[in-house]
Design a binder for this molecule. Structure first.
Ligand SMILES: *[C@@H]1O[C@H](CO)[C@@H](O)[C@H](O)[C@H]1NC(C)=O
Ligand SMILES: *[C@@H]1O[C@H](CO)[C@@H](O)[C@H](O)[C@H]1NC(C)=O
Ligand SMILES: *[C@@H]1O[C@H](CO)[C@@H](O)[C@H](O)[C@H]1NC(C)=O
Ligand SMILES: *[C@@H]1O[C@H](CO)[C@@H](O)[C@H](O)[C@H]1NC(C)=O
Ligand SMILES: *[C@@H]1O[C@H](CO)[C@@H](O)[C@H](O)[C@H]1NC(C)=O
Ligand SMILES: *[C@@H]1O[C@H](CO)[C@@H](O)[C@H](O)[C@H]1NC(C)=O
Ligand SMILES: *[C@@H]1O[C@H](CO)[C@@H](O)[C@H](O)[C@H]1NC(C)=O
Ligand SMILES: *[C@@H]1O[C@H](CO)[C@@H](O)[C@H](O)[C@H]1NC(C)=O
Ligand SMILES: *[C@@H]1O[C@H](CO)[C@@H](O)[C@H](O)[C@H]1NC(C)=O
Ligand SMILES: *[C@@H]1O[C@H](CO)[C@@H](O)[C@H](O)[C@H]1NC(C)=O
Ligand SMILES: *[C@@H]1O[C@H](CO)[C@@H](O)[C@H](O)[C@H]1NC(C)=O
Ligand SMILES: *[C@@H]1O[C@H](CO)[C@@H](O)[C@H](O)[C@H]1NC(C)=O
Length: 511
């Protein structure tokens, strides 16, 4: 076992050196001595786009969206924090980066991840191209655990590392500051994490060398629980409630096992709980909106704004009451798999809305494309969407279909506060409605271009299949598996099989 791992590790090191040789053969702009563009990636935690998650972000929509492009069909490859963030970093589907869930045993920031995947994350490539790199905020849910090297583990590729230990929090957290532990309390002026990430990033911009480009990845905890708003925003949106339309409070009657369990209609206490969560989520986003404004003001004042690409996105979506599920992510439906994606930067015309389907595994390839990396030398599943954003800079076609895959989380012991439920379930709060189970494990193929269809297969003991026609049924109220032409089911099943085992080019060119 140990020697097999060492062997794998050595072959990985060989791949790295090949890639680096290829990287030195840089594109035109670089060989002409023109300074490469700076890049910033802002990644929020749990921010939906489908349920109104971008509505409170007025300044972000104006300063990034109106100044560039808003993607109306952006998706995560998997709707859970750690696997999704791992997809963003590696440009790979979960079946290739092997991060299955938010636990160390599921490879979330595990030592195996640190050896096999993290050394090939896109920031490593940027750093080799002499980008000055900065990380601030939430990283992977298990980052900093004792079992995974603690705060001393600083992933390769980062010059400045200010990462949160564990899952999102706003106060009373620990950071790894370049490998050293830094504890924070709950004084707003000193500790509010969203503001701290901004302040540290501004400091990095002041200290950087103007001779080389920079890359910053800013990952505020908002709008993740515990939804702690800054003091000045705690009274905001006092009348706001979750949207009570579409699939809100509808039964999941023709859906997979987990969706057939919740009480319908929901208990009033569940509705109160989710409306409160919805309002507080929006409040926490106001600090992110301020972050975007201050960052852009700073870039302007140091005269880097017109040479900087800014990406704004989230790790996955979120639901509040859809199909009678109170609050969470983890489902295959639009509200959980769609993400916000706004981008501005050189060559991107302002005020564009693009329908091209893009995935979070495409972010790394797009960023490396901007940095002039020869993408044929990079082993990732995603594809650059620079051609769609800036056709004057690149030619390229969009992908025909894509994969969404998810491994359900469960607990082998039963939840003591919900003894009627039995083992195998997880996230049974509020009111003992469970949002996940080991058998909430599925893979879906999604098409958008010729037909707006979703086809999903479950790894449960009903081998359950769900099919939606999103043209006629945008809220996915009706599973049409029994109505649809069997020939179409067969085509979708074949595509799914190919995608579930794809790597690199075979993920981009499924027929
Ligand atoms: C975790 O990753 C390692 C190496 O990347 C792999 O061998 C192992 O199977 C993965 N674990 C799971 C649960 O997928
Ligand atoms: C932070 O921790 C202190 C000490 O344990 C506690 O009194 C305080 O309520 C905590 N603050 C927050 C916002 O959780
Ligand atoms: C961030 O900087 C601003 C301006 O200097 C300051 O008012 C604020 O207290 C700082 N916040 C944190 C959390 O460091
Ligand atoms: C739940 O709320 C509805 C609408 O506000 C109300 O009509 C109903 O009586 C409430 N039910 C309970 C059990 O409180
Ligand atoms: C940015 O603006 C400055 C002047 O304001 C100009 O000299 C420079 O060429 C511009 N850079 C780009 C990439 O447009
Ligand atoms: C990119 O890399 C591929 C594979 O190594 C090579 O065949 C191709 O010539 C390179 N393209 C450029 C523009 O350097
Ligand atoms: C795109 O392709 C066309 C036709 O082959 C070519 O004329 C054009 O220069 C290409 N544009 C870019 C940005 O590569
Ligand atoms: C995470 O994945 C591992 C490996 O498959 C599994 O043993 C563990 O039970 C999973 N954790 C949860 C909470 O489902
Ligand atoms: C599983 O449930 C037990 C009992 O509630 C709890 O102590 C344990 O932390 C749970 N495990 C996970 C991985 O959530
Ligand atoms: C899913 O798992 C639960 C909990 O283990 C079990 O009760 C249920 O029968 C399973 N359903 C299917 C369809 O596999
Ligand atoms: C379905 O799966 C669950 C665990 O996920 C198991 O407890 C149950 O016995 C299975 N039922 C059948 C009919 O196989
Ligand atoms: C989906 O719905 C549209 C609009 O009603 C219809 O034209 C199309 O044939 C449907 N597709 C399938 C596969 O049912």
């Amino acid at each position: 076992m140990a020697s097999a791992r060492v062997g794998q590790w050595r072959s990985s090191a060989r791949i790295v050196s090949c890639v680096l040789v290829a990287l030195l053969t840089c594109t035109l702009r670089c060989s002409e001595g023109v300074k490469l563009s700076n890049i910033i990636l802002i990644l929020t935690d749990d921010q939906d786009v489908e349920m109104g998650g971008m509505t409170p972000m007025k300044k972000t929509k104006e300063l990034i969206g109106d100044a560039g492009v808003t993607f109306s069909n952006a998706f995560t490859a998997t709707p859970l924090c750690c696997p999704s963030r791992s997809s963003i970093l590696t440009g790979k589907y979960p079946h290739n980066h092997l991060v299955r869930n938010n636990s160390i045993s599921g490879n979330c920031s595990s030592t195996a991840w640190q050896k096999e995947a993290e050394p090939f994350a896109f920031p490593v490539y940027l750093n080799k191209l002499r980008y000055q790199t900065f990380y601030g905020g939430k990283y992977l849910n298990q980052y900093g655990s004792k079992d995974a090297g603690g705060v001393a583990h600083v992933p390769p590729g980062w010059d400045q590392w200010h990462a949160l230990v564990g899952n999102s929090k706003y106060y009373n957290y620990t950071l790894s500051v370049n490998g050293k532990e830094e504890k924070h309390g709950d004084n707003y002026e000193k500790d509010y994490l969203t503001d701290l990430v901004l302040n540290q990033s501004l400091h990095f911009l002041e200290e950087r060398s103007p001779n080389h480009p920079f890359f910053m990845m800013l990952c505020p905890p908002s709008p993740h629980s515990p939804w702690t708003a800054a003091p000045q925003y705690q009274q905001s949106f006092s009348d706001v409630k979750a949207p009570h339309d579409g699939s809100f409070n509808m039964p999941g009657k023709d859906k997979h096992w987990l969706l057939r369990q919740p009480a319908n209609p929901m208990l009033n206490s569940s509705i109160e709980y989710l409306d409160n969560a919805y309002r507080r989520r929006w409040q926490t986003l106001l600090s992110v909106d301020d972050m975007v404004e201050q960052l852009i003001n700073k870039l302007d004042s140091i005269k880097e704004l017109n040479n900087t690409y800014i990406f704004y996105t989230s790790d996955h979506g979120y639901h509040t009451g859809q199909f009678s599920l109170p609050i969470d992510k983890r489902q295959l439906y639009e509200f959980d798999i769609r993400i916000p994606l706004l981008v501005r930067g050189p060559g991107i015309k302002p005020k564009q809305t693009l329908q091209s389907p893009v995935l979070n595994i495409d972010l790394s390839m797009t960023i490396l494309d901007i940095a002039g990396v020869n993408l044929s030398t990079v082993s990732m599943d995603g594809q650059s969407f620079l051609p769609q954003m800036a056709p004057s800079l690149r030619n390229g076609t969009e992908r025909p279909f894509f994969l969404i895959e998810y491994t359900g989380e469960g607990n082998s012991s039963e939840d003591p506060s919900c003894p009627k439920l039995g083992p195998g379930l997880a996230e049974c709060f509020p009111d003992c409605v469970c949002e996940d189970a080991f058998n909430n494990t599925y893979a879906c193929v999604r098409t958008l271009k010729d037909a707006n269809l979703q086809y999903c297969e479950f790894a449960d003991n009903e081998s359950f299949v769900e099919v939606y026609n999103l043209t006629s049924d945008p809220h996915q109220l009706e599973n049409i598996v029994k109505k649809v032409d069997p020939a179409l089911l067969q085509i979708m099943n074949q595509r799914l099989i190919k995608l579930e085992s794809c790597t690199g080019d075979s993920c981009r060119n499924v027929k």
